[in-house]
Design a protein around this ligand. Structure first.
Ligand SMILES: CC(C)(COP(=O)(O)OP(=O)(O)OC[C@H]1O[C@@H](n2cnc3c(N)ncnc32)[C@H](O)[C@@H]1OP(=O)(O)O)[C@@H](O)C(=O)NCCC(=O)NCCS
Length: 190
C-alpha cells in the first residue's frame, strides 16, 4: 500500500525578495514537476549568448522529458561522465508563477574552470531583462554557492562587452581579478 499523503519537494531556498514591487521570488532546483516551464526556457535559450552555451536550444518537449531533463538532473551527482566533468546543479528563478531565469552552479574548480567559466553561469528570459532579475537571481545563487563550493571566492567570467552582466556581478560584490582580450575575470568573496 502506498502512502495516502503525497509530499512534493521543490528545494525552495528563498522566498524573500530584495526587489521593489516583487512580493514572491524563489530559486528552485531543477525538478520533474516543473518540466514544461523548464523545457520552454531551455528550448528558447540561444545556443550561445555572450559565452553562455546551451546545447539544448530547439529541443522538442518529448526529447526534453526523455533525455535532456534526466541528464541535467544527473549533473548534480554525475555517473559515467568523463573525469574532467565537475558536478553542476541547475536552478531556476521563479517570480509569482513565471520562470524568468536559469542559474547553474559548478561545485568546485578545475584548472580549466579556474582560468575559464568559473563557478556560476546564468541567463534571464529575454522579455524579463532589465528589471533586476539578474541581480536578484545571482544574489540568491551566491547564497547557495557559498555552502557548496570549497574555494574562498566565487569565480565568474564575463565578456568585456557584456555590460549588463558586469553590473549584475558588481552589484553582488564582485571585484575584478584579471582579464584577457575578450573577458573579465571577477570574484565574489565568500
Ligand atoms: C546578463 C543578464 C543575465 C542580465 O540580467 P538582467 O535581469 O537584465 O539584469 P538586471 O535587470 O539585474 O540589470 C543589471 C544592470 O544591467 C543593466 N542592463 C540591463 N540590460 C542592459 C543592457 N542591454 N545594456 C546595458 N546595461 C544593461 C541594468 O540597467 C542594471 O543596471 P542598473 O542597476 O545600473 O540600472 C541578461 O542580460 C542575460 O540573460 N543575458 C544573456 C546571457 C548572459 O549574458 N549571461 C551572462 C554571461 S556572463
Amino acid at each position: 500500500m502506498g502512502s495516502a499523503c503525497k509530499y512534493i519537494e521543490f528545494d525552495v531556498f528563498s522566498k524573500e525578495s530584495a526587489m521593489k514591487g516583487k512580493e514572491y521570488m524563489e530559486l528552485r532546483k531543477i525538478n520533474t514537476q516543473d518540466a514544461f516551464a523548464q523545457w520552454e526556457y531551455t528550448t528558447t535559450l540561444p545556443s550561445d549568448e555572450n559565452g553562455l552555451t546551451n546545447p539544448n536550444h530547439g529541443v522538442s518537449y518529448d526529447e526534453y522529458l526523455e533525455n535532456v531533463l534526466p541528464t541535467l538532473i544527473s549533473y548534480e551527482h554525475p555517473v559515467n561522465m568523463p573525469e574532467w566533468f565537475v558536478p553542476e546543479t541547475y536552478y531556476y528563478l521563479w517570480d509569482e508563477g513565471h520562470l524568468v531565469g536559469e542559474f547553474r552552479i559548478r561545485h568546485y574548480l578545475t584548472e580549466a574552470l579556474r582560468t575559464g567559466a568559473g563557478h556560476i553561469g546564468y541567463s534571464i528570459l529575454k522579455g524579463f531583462r532589465g528589471k533586476g532579475y539578474g541581480t536578484e537571481g545571482l544574489r540568491l545563487t551566491v547564497q547557495i554557492a557559498k555552502s557548496i563550493i570549497p574555494e574562498d571566492e566565487i569565480y565568474l567570467r564575463v565578456n568585456k562587452d557584456n555590460i549588463a552582466s558586469q553590473k549584475v556581478m558588481i552589484k553582488n560584490g564582485a571585484r575584478l581579478a584579471g582579464e584577457d582580450n575578450q573577458h573579465m575575470f571577477m570574484r565574489i568573496p565568500k
